[in-house]
Design a protein around this ligand. Structure first.
Ligand SMILES: Nc1ncnc2c1ncn2[C@@H]1O[C@H](COP(=O)(O)OP(=O)(O)O)[C@@H](O)[C@H]1O
Ligand SMILES: [Mg+2]
Length: 256
């Protein structure tokens, strides 16, 4: 199962990604979680003891230079577009509570659009994880799908877009759907988060009639409190895991 989570910032992508990773581990699955958001906080949400000590892949300059054959920052335009990366997840992921986590980090300059060795390295990494690993892969992304290209699209079982009651995140979801179509991602599902009333659900479904809703997550003070207290929201919260379970069931249903 390969799931990528995206949506507008602040909607709850990281909370859901952490919930999905935690759920699959509880089912006895091997899980690789990838934090592909430059503003990374998946480790914190998953309760890693020292989240800021985890080094993002993008900062492993020597490794990237060795694999791509390029000198980072030099003007030498020659580097391998498909560097060998298949061994990286096992060597560089950090394990906690049964989850293997990797941080991508922030790409300098033109972001993921730039033709630089770091990007070639990260892209090869994502392709390798999505197309060649047997484990469950959960990817926490920023408000776009820049990490996913045509090569990886068919390997993504579900692109989950998180929205909250409000037009801004809905707007982002529409934009993401266009991008997803362009690269050929077939399954796009929506999760409505921070639901306070039945009317919030109705609002989302009315504004997004052509989307496949995978489920809803209630607004829960405990999730916010966990954030304030710098702890994982899963120790204290049982509602969230129940909702995540239903979302996974819905994803599976769409696959069969
Ligand atoms: N269902 C919820 N109820 C209450 N607070 C939530 C809920 N989901 C997320 N939050 C809070 O909203 C903030 C943003 O969530 P986060 O998962 O980091 O979003 P994103 O990764 O999309 O930026 C965090 O403070 C988080 O604790
Ligand atoms: Mg996040």
């Amino acid at each position: 199962m390969k799931i990528a989570v995206t949506g507008k910032g602040g909607t709850g992508k990281t909370t859901l990604a952490a919930g999905l990773a935690t759920f699959f581990v509880s089912e006895g699955k091997r899980v690789f979680a990838i934090d592909a958001d430059p503003d990374a906080n998946l480790a914190l949400t998953l309760g890693y003891p020292n989240p800021s000590s985890i080094k993002p892949l993008i900062e492993m300059k020597e490794l990237i230079e060795e694999r791509t054959g390029a000198k980072i920052g030099s003007l030498n335009p020659y580097f391998k577009l498909n560097p060998r990366v298949d061994d990286i997840p096992d060597k560089y992921s950090v394990k906690h509570n049964g989850i293997n986590l990797m941080l991508m980090g922030r790409v300098r300059g033109g972001g993921l659009g730039c033709a630089c060795p770091e990007n070639a390295f990260l892209k090869a990494m994502v392709t390798s994880l999505i197309l060649r690993r047997e484990e469950v892969i959960i990817m926490d992304m920023e408000a776009g799908i820049e990490h996913l290209g045509r090569a990886t699209a068919k390997g993504v079982d579900e692109l989950v877009v998180v929205v909250e009651p409000g037009l801004r995140s809905i707007e982002t979801a529409h934009r993401i759907r266009e991008l997803a179509k362009e690269v050929g991602i077939e399954n796009l599902g929506v999760v409505g988060n921070k639901i306070r009333h039945q009317s919030d659900k109705e609002f989302l479904m009315t504004k997004m009639p052509h989307f496949n809703f995978l489920g809803f997550i209630l607004y829960d003070e405990k999730i916010l409190e966990a954030d304030l207290g710098n702890t994982s929201p899963f120790g204290t919260n049982t509602g969230l895991m129940g909702e995540v379970k239903k979302i996974v069931a819905k994803i599976m249903e769409g696959k069969s």
